[in-house]
Design a protein around this ligand. Structure first.
Ligand SMILES: Cc1cc2nc3c(=O)[nH]c(=O)nc-3n(C[C@H](O)[C@H](O)[C@H](O)COP(=O)(O)OP(=O)(O)OC[C@H]3O[C@@H](n4cnc5c(N)ncnc54)[C@H](O)[C@@H]3O)c2cc1C
Length: 380
């Protein structure tokens, strides 16, 4: 398979890199320390067309693929993961709208995301349902022309800043098949009974909002159901196949940053009268990092390319996700180690890289869950 990027893809990649280098470095430490973000950066990213490139042109997007979204994600994360995450997740859940919503819903919810008028999120995880989303117990009960939603959601990206959130709810709690109990609902965050509480003190990606949600008798019109009643779990799995690709690109981006910081440091820092780069142990480390980055990138390129051809390979996506996650965490660890004590201080970018990297082994399916999926696809 030939993964030579087209001229258009190379241009997108370069433009994303230039945008990130121009906007992120100056603010990254401030956002990380204060757990804040400046939405003007997001508005600029929207203006320049970096947000939601996979959204159909009919709804204001660029009509490109997940592949191009991944290219942008990798470049953003290679400069700063926190800001990168804040930007690439502003459309989080639009993939579900694109795949399963009605025409009317697409026209309503997609254009504001690319125009910089709205941020969205998707709330699946609950206090007692993480790796097992079929265990989610938030309910949506029909009442005339409305549904009444009750429950709690954990770790909702953008929960505190989103204009609307897709919420994964049980619509048929008694169905003997636990994979047929759920449906998605679009919930405008200004509806009575919706409350978001931002979670502070995250290890990394601190520029990006993560919230706990409480939904207490939130009423939404029945027309806010997105997708088919009872098919939510199946739709969720299709969604994960796209967002996991994005996480692979995040992992490759941050691992690149770890390698770049390492090379710069070991060339500059001298011990025992010689640069750290002259010691073979460090040479081996950067050689291994470079090889793993390339391998992870090839895995996600293949998986994303197949996805854009409509030939999604569930096992391959999971393989790319766990491999790139472990690779990124390992690279970040080695990078910090090569920085010695300086790496332990937050004035050094490598400290942030080390903290930011861990999330790629956790969200959108932990590495253990991804390995289970890979094994199942092999044993089937
Ligand atoms: C910063 C951040 C942002 C997030 N954003 C969102 C979001 O926008 N929307 C959303 O819905 N969720 C979001 N999440 C939640 C995330 O997807 C979950 O944290 C993740 O799926 C793991 O669930 P959990 O935290 O409940 O861990 P658990 O499911 O409790 O898992 C704990 C550990 O047990 C392991 N484990 C669990 N089951 C098995 C098994 N069967 N076999 C082997 N090992 C197992 C896991 O791999 C893990 O190591 C976010 C989380 C974070 C930290």
């Amino acid at each position: 398979m030939d993964f030579t990027l087209t001229k258009e893809q190379q241009d997108i990649q370069q433009a994303a890199r230039e945008f990130a280098l121009g906007e992120f470095p100056e603010r990254a430490q401030e956002f990380d320390r204060n757990e804040t973000f400046d939405l003007d950066i997001w508005r600029k990213a929207c203006e320049l067309g970096f947000v939601g490139v996979f959204i159909d042109e009919k709804y204001g997007g660029a009509g490109l693929g997940y592949f191009e979204h991944c290219l942008i994600t990798e470049e953003f994360w290679a400069v700063d993961a926190g800001i990168g995450n804040a930007l690439v997740t502003t459309t989080f859940g639009s993939e579900i709208i694109g795949m399963f919503a009605t025409e009317e819903q697409k026209e309503k919810y997609l254009p504001p995301l690319v125009k910089g008028e709205a941020i969205m999120g998707t709330a699946i995880t609950e206090p007692d349902a993480g790796s097992d989303p079929a265990g989610a117990t938030t309910t949506a009960i029909r009442d005339g022309d409305e549904y009444v939603i009750n429950g709690s959601k954990m770790f909702a990206t953008n929960g505190d800043i989103a204009k609307y959130m897709l919420v994964f709810c049980q619509t048929d709690p008694d169905n003997p098949d636990r994979h047929k109990r759920h449906s998605f609902f679009m919930v405008e965050t200004d509806r009575a009974g919706f409350e978001a509480n931002k979670l502070y003190g995250k290890l990394g990606i601190r520029a990006n909002d993560t919230s706990e949600l409480s939904l207490s008798n939130v009423r939404v019109p029945a027309s806010n159901m997105v997708g088919e009643k009872g098919k939510g779990f199946k739709e969720l799995m299709a969604f994960f196949n796209t967002t996991r690709l994005m996480v692979c690109a995040m992992a490759v981006g941050i691992a690149r940053a770890a390698l770049e910081e390492s090379i710069a440091h070991i060339k500059k820092r001298h011990q025992f009268g010689a640069p750290l780069a002259s010691f073979q142990i460090n040479q081996f480390k950067i050689a291994e990092m470079a090889a793993k980055i390339r391998a992870a990138r090839n895995l996600y390129y293949e998986a994303a390319w197949l996805a854009d051809q409509g030939k999604i390979d569930h096992g391959l996506v999971a393989m790319a996700k766990y491999f790139s996650g472990e690779m990124a965490v390992k690279c970040a660890d080695e990078a910090l180690q090569m920085h010695g004590g300086y790496g332990y201080i937050d004035d050094y970018k490598v400290q942030r890289i080390y903290r930011d990297a861990k999330i790629v082994e956790i969200y959108e399916g932990t590495k253990e869950i991804e390995k289970i999926i890979v094994a199942r696809s092999l044993l089937r």
